[in-house]
Design a protein around this ligand. Structure first.
Ligand code: ZN
Length: 213
């Protein structure tokens, strides 16, 4: 399962914009606009990472009564987030010997495919990779851009030089912190069905969302 980013600050500006859009749709009773917004947030290609979506729901809940929150029509997103977090919570925690880093990379070139194979391998912790300078720089950018717990050093013996990638134990702390955050979000969301389930609109009731796994 992809490991979503734990740092949610990058999403905060988007939350404010999204809240404004949903508020506008509610004021105008523009259900078609609301459906398109929800479709965008739920489609795999454009969906917010689950923790960011949970944080968005929390932002919406702040300063709103359950009635005004229900008018935003967020119950499909709420069910999706709760279902996803429950699925994650029911999976076993990372074992001490699992060094896999599963993250969708922003680039799909052949180099990144090879990098991805190394990252997702649960046994490999170190990768000595002979690469020309421009290719090493590309891998640097990808690793830094995704804030991955992998160091990169260049050994300048031979031609081309060798890029040495080493996975860091911080990935276990990251996984533990991520799991704790997911559990906190799920526990909070499970207390909110009355505010976030649009039962009156005839949608599927959010049965069972208050039951933690
Ligand atoms: Zn690439």
């Amino acid at each position: 399962m992809p490991q979503p980013p734990l740092d949610l600050r990058q999403w905060q500006p988007h939350h404010a914009e999204l809240v404004a859009l949903f508020d506008s749709a509610a004021v105008l009773s523009a259900s078609a606009v609301r459906e398109r917004l929800l479709g965008f947030l739920l489609a795999p290609a454009t969906a917010l990472p689950i923790l960011a979506a949970a944080e968005f729901l929390r932002v919406c809940r702040e300063k709103r009564t359950p009635e005004t929150l229900r008018a935003l029509g967020l119950s499909p997103l709420y069910r999706h987030v709760v279902d996803s977090l429950k699925q994650t919570a029911s999976a076993p925690p990372r074992s001490d010997s699992d060094w896999s880093i599963t993250v969708p990379l922003s680039c799909r070139c052949a180099l990144c495919a090879e990098l991805s194979a190394f990252l997702s391998d649960s046994q490999r912790t170190r990768f000595s990779w002979p690469l020309a300078k421009d290719r090493r720089q590309h891998i640097h950018q990808i690793l830094d851009g995704h804030h991955l717990p992998v160091t990169h050093e260049t050994t300048r013996r031979g031609s081309p030089s060798t890029l040495v990638l080493t996975k860091q134990p911080a990935l276990f702390q990251h996984a533990a912190a991520l799991r704790k955050k997911q559990q906190e979000q799920l526990a909070w969301l499970a207390q909110q069905p009355a505010a976030l389930c649009d039962i009156a609109a005839g949608n599927r009731p959010c049965e069972g969302v208050g039951q933690l796994p």
